[in-house]
Design a protein around this ligand. Structure first.
Ligand code: A3S
Length: 125
């Protein structure tokens, strides 16, 4: 898994168009999250071998950074561009959902940008 963590005053995104054949159904077409840590995430082929371990490790890294920064808001943002060895969309989506649940269990306010879409985003630091 590749994670790019960015702490910002806010993150905004807007869903543009389908990036895969069957993207996640979503009513939320745009969102804005204040004072958030955004975890741009590419799930990789290697993560398919032990997904549970990949989930735990990613959640741990995100939690560690959020605690250092004293941030409670986390935006999970699927971002395929960070790797050239991607997991399948199906597995990647499952893993992202599990990371979301793991972080919610640790009492973070977690939002997840919809999977399988091209989106534009804006961050202000
Ligand atoms: O690849 C096109 C879109 O499908 C999703 N996706 C993955 N995201 C993370 N890890 C993987 N292994 C993925 N496989 C498919 C993403 O939603 C991806 N979309 N941010 C957008 C582009 O604007 C994006 O990366």
């Amino acid at each position: 898994m590749k994670l790019l963590l960015i702490h910002s005053d806010y993150i905004e995104y807007e869903v543009k168009e389908k990036a895969i054949k069957t993207p996640e159904e979503t009513k939320i077409k745009k969102d804005r999250f204040e004072e958030a840590l955004t975890a741009f995430t590419a799930v990789e082929k290697v993560d398919e071998k032990s997904p549970q371990q990949a989930v735990k490790q990613a959640a741990f890294e995100i939690e560690k950074t959020a605690e250092q920064l004293k941030v409670k808001n986390i935006m999970l943002y699927p971002y395929a561009h960070l790797s050239s060895d991607l997991a399948s969309p199906k597995k990647a989506q499952e893993i992202l959902i599990e990371i979301e649940n793991e972080l919610k269990n640790k009492n973070f306010n977690v939002r997840r940008a919809p999977f399988g879409w091209y989106k534009s985003f804006k961050i202000s630091c």
